[in-house]
Design a protein around this ligand. Structure first.
Ligand code: 5GP
Length: 140
């Protein structure tokens, strides 16, 4: 896989406002924030999407996300926030290197605006879908 801009940021080849780093995780301020404090939490492993990220890297990110979220909210004086993780161009992923956005929502005008075109889960369709997912999970 070709190197993304995030790998170059992690290596220090491109400057960033780093807020956290450990052996497996790097976090820095988004260059085009939706609100002050908008932070990207990135596994150092250059997986393109979440479904191909190793369990070790996923665990490392999961371990530190709450702490980074607390720090960002405390630093910005914000209580509400979104954690967003896009996979694939159609799902709004611009950089093909897994990353979690931590986006403070200080008020209605700043932060993540979410479209939520919800449907209705019918009983039969739900049963079939749950069975299909369970079958996939059983494959390991
Ligand atoms: P995506 O749409 O892939 O989930 O989000 C990618 C994010 O990376 C965007 O919010 C964008 O502003 C941010 N980004 C892209 N290039 C750079 C960069 O060079 N530096 C920083 N700090 N953020 C970047």
């Amino acid at each position: 896989m070709s190197e993304t801009i995030f790998t170059r940021i992690i290596k220090g080849q491109i400057p960033s406002h780093r807020v956290y780093e450990d052996e497996k995780v790097f976090a820095f301020l988004d260059i085009a924030p939706l609100s002050p404090g908008h932070t990207l939490v990135v596994p150092k492993e250059p997986a393109a999407t979440l479904d191909v990220l190793s369990e070790e890297s996923a665990a490392a990110v999961g371990r530190v996300l709450p702490r980074i979220a607390r720090a960002v909210m405390a630093a910005t004086g914000t209580r509400d926030y979104n954690v967003l993780q896009n996979n694939g161009a159609a799902a709004h992923q611009a950089v093909p290197h897994v990353h979690f956005h931590v986006i403070p929502r200080p008020d209605d005008a700043r932060g993540l605006g979410v479209g939520w075109p919800s449907g209705r889960l019918e009983a039969d369709a739900g049963k079939r879908m749950a069975a299909a997912v369970v079958a996939e999970l059983a494959k390991g």
